[in-house]
Design a protein around this ligand. Structure first.
Ligand SMILES: [Fe+2]
Length: 163
């Protein structure tokens, strides 16, 4: 069964949420690729894009965690490394296996990928939500103060504010 995206899965950061939606799509694509007649060329392509996208996503996510001063950054980063190691091993095992073993392997892989992704988003990434929200509030607050300071100096300087 494919994963359906729900608003409850949103962390509140556009780039992270966009990445997660894309990852859900890739895992759903993988599931479609392994249903029916197995086309290893197609499966390998989906796996590769999933692997590459996951690595890029982790990097973006870690940068955002640093920006919002996420206190669990280090352990989250370690968890990301572990997932990448596991994915690398999966891709390697898959490319080295042959025949029936390879067909069976990809079926269990779909289960692992879905569990991992849901776990990654629901269990782990959602913890970032309050920190992302606090950072956004802080940014909005800074912007309000910046505008007020400009308006004030314009008044002092006798400049008519634009707009
Ligand atoms: Fe994530």
């Amino acid at each position: 069964m494919s994963i359906a995206w729900r608003d409850a899965m949103e962390v509140g950061d556009e780039s992270i949420d966009g990445d997660h939606k894309h990852l859900v799509q890739l895992i759903n694509d993988f599931e479609v690729a392994i249903s029916g007649r197995i086309d290893h060329k197609r499966i390998a392509a989906v796996l590769l894009s999933l692997f590459e996208y996951t690595a890029e996503h982790f990097q973006r996510e870690e940068e955002i965690q640093l920006r919002v001063r996420y206190p669990y950054y280090e352990s989250h980063r370690r968890a990301h490394r572990d997932v990448l190691k596991k994915l690398t091993a999966l891709v390697q095992d898959y490319t080295q296996a042959g025949g029936v073993a390879r067909d069976e392997m990809i079926r269990s892989m779909a289960g692992f990928l879905k569990e991992w992704l849901v776990d990654h988003i629901i269990q782990s990434d959602l913890r970032m939500k309050p920190y992302v929200a606090a950072w956004k509030r802080q940014m909005a607050d800074t912007e309000t103060r910046r505008r007020a300071a400009i308006a004030q100096s314009e008044t002092i300087a006798g400049v008519t504010p634009k707009g």
